[in-house]
Ligand binder design. Structure first.
Ligand code: NAD
Length: 455
């Protein structure tokens, strides 16, 4: 895998800095918003803040080890900052900025009243003990101090963190703010500590609803539902594992899965329970019986109907997108496809359900959790899932309708651009990603203007 820190370009000289990519995606959408004030747009593209903290912990082996942590808030026009906390050895400040900005656009796409934020600690959780992770989390949260809070900036799980980490975040913050209802400071908590039923699988379930809706609207001619479709899933963590289960319950066949150690392929379908057991016992899905081992690179080229990247950024690039054999890509990871790969896949006629729509189920149920926390309620899982389905269907319709609306008014938009003297290439029909960005940028711009730019 190409990493973000050591290598910012592929052999094809492709830009791999996630923040530059996130900005390019915004720039592309802005071309279809001729009335968007350029100064306002420049502001909307940039993060409000990036906090860097450095801190030590005493590890289980008795040594003092130092860590760097980040928290970026991209935009709070529509509500408090919201975004996960990632523990990963290669995480960079620009990656955190990019992830924070994708959160702003994602919350706008699903009309959840939050802004965008993201946090990270540069660490390898696999090399830390359980106690080390607890100490690191407590120290990180205490260093962030009042930069997070139930009405200012609300963390959640991401790569390398989970419900248990969220419980520690809550406990640390609560000890620092006694006598208040602090449950809403973090979402993705264990259910018995104020977590929402359905949150753990919400990202995958949301992606499932988006896919089903898009298929029912004719995104893939001749395929209107998931029954009998074949899927390859990259990443077998929280999101990938639940996605495999939910799509397979709907009649799809999971033909390939992978994790950071490698992947497995079985054209007849993988036994998911055996895969989960094998991963628990050995740390990886590799070597699972009745399957063939494949590399992560090979997984992306497996013949299948739907490819689901559910691991990290920059997996589909200019050097490998041409070999994708799937008919549809559903981005459950954040930022898995570079702009060059977008073009290649679009030329091949492979549509993409983009991250800021497809994986927004997680933040949607995080919002439901926050509402439950503020009201001291616990909703039934069926109610959570029903509300999630409604939200994801409305968001999918909103994005696909916007795509159709833009593509049927390119001449009018071109004329409007000329009137306001916007230079640039001729407008071409937009893909689903650009439509989602158009929806999101428009919403955040409108709210910013309605609130007024202070003073
Ligand atoms: P996780 O840590 O639970 O799982 C990540 C998985 O990816 C692991 O199985 C890991 O082994 C695998 N992986 C890492 N590098 C890989 C590689 N090069 N190739 C294949 N697999 C690799 O994390 P998660 O919460 O499942 O998050 C996965 C993705 O989904 C991330 O992009 C995250 O930002 C995104 N996401 C997560 C949520 C959420 O609610 N957890 C919400 C929205 C988006």
């Amino acid at each position: 895998m190409l990493t973000k820190t050591n290598q910012s370009h592929t052999a094809f000289d492709e830009e791999l800095n996630p923040f530059v990519i996130a900005q390019r995606q915004c720039d592309n959408a802005a071309r279809y918003l001729p009335n968007l004030e350029p100064g306002l747009f420049e502001f909307l593209k940039r993060p409000d803040t990036l906090i860097t903290v450095e801190f030590p912990i005493v590890t289980s082996s008795g040594e003092v080890e130092n860590f760097i942590g980040y928290r970026a808030v991209h935009n709070r026009a529509r509500g408090p900052g919201k975004g996960g906390i990632r523990y990963h050895p290669e995480v960079t400040p620009d990656e955190v900025r990019a992830l924070a900005s994708w959160m702003t656009w994602k919350c706008a796409v699903v009309s959840v009243p939050f802004g965008g934020a993201k946090g990270a600690v540069v660490c390898d959780p696999k090399k830390l003990s359980h106690t080390d992770i607890q100490h690191l989390t407590r120290r990180f949260i205490s260093q962030l101090g009042d930069n997070i809070g139930p009405h200012t900036d609300i963390p959640a799980p991401d790569v390398g963190t989970n419900a248990e980490t969220m419980a520690i975040i809550y406990d640390t913050y609560d000890n620092m703010h006694r006598g208040e209802n602090n449950l809403g400071v973090v979402t993705g908590k264990p259910v018995h500590i104020g977590g929402s039923l359905g949150r753990e699988e919400a990202t995958a379930r949301g992606g499932f609803f988006v896919t089903a809706r898009a298929l029912s609207r004719g995104m893939l001619p001749g395929l209107t539902d998931l029954d009998g479709l074949s899927l390859a899933i990259q990443g077998f963590g929280n999101v990938g594992r639940h996605a495999a289960r939910l799509f397979s319950q709907a009649g799809a066949r999971i033909v390939a899965v992978s994790d950071s150690q490698g992947g497995v392929h079985a054209p007849g379908g993988i036994d998911l329970e055996a895969a989960s057991r094998h991963k628990q016992e050995t740390g990886s899905v590799s070597g699972l019986t009745d399957t063939n081992d494949i590399t992560n690179a090979e997984l992306l080229h497996v013949p299948c109907d739907i490819l689901i990247p559910a691991a990290l950024e920059n997996q589909l690039r200019s050097d490998n997108a041409g070999n994708v054999k799937a008919r549809l890509i559903v981005e459950l990871a954040n930022g898995p496809t570079t702009p060059e790969a977008d073009t290649i896949l679009s030329d091949k006629g492979i549509p993409i359900l983009p991250d800021i729509l497809a994986n927004a189920g997680g933040v949607t149920v995080s919002y439901f959790e926050w509402v439950q926390n503020n009201k001291n309620e616990q909703w039934a899982e069926a109610d959570v899932n029903a509300k999630l389905e409604l939200t994801m269907n409305q968001a999918t319709d909103g994005v696909l309708d916007k795509q159709a609306e833009v593509n049927s008014s390119l001449e009018t938009l071109e004329e409007a651009r000329r009137e306001v003297h916007r230079p640039g290439d001729e407008l071409v029909p937009i893909d689903v990603r650009t439509a989602a960005f158009v929806v999101a940028v428009q919403k955040v711009a409108e709210v910013t203007l309605a609130r007024g730019i202070w003073p």
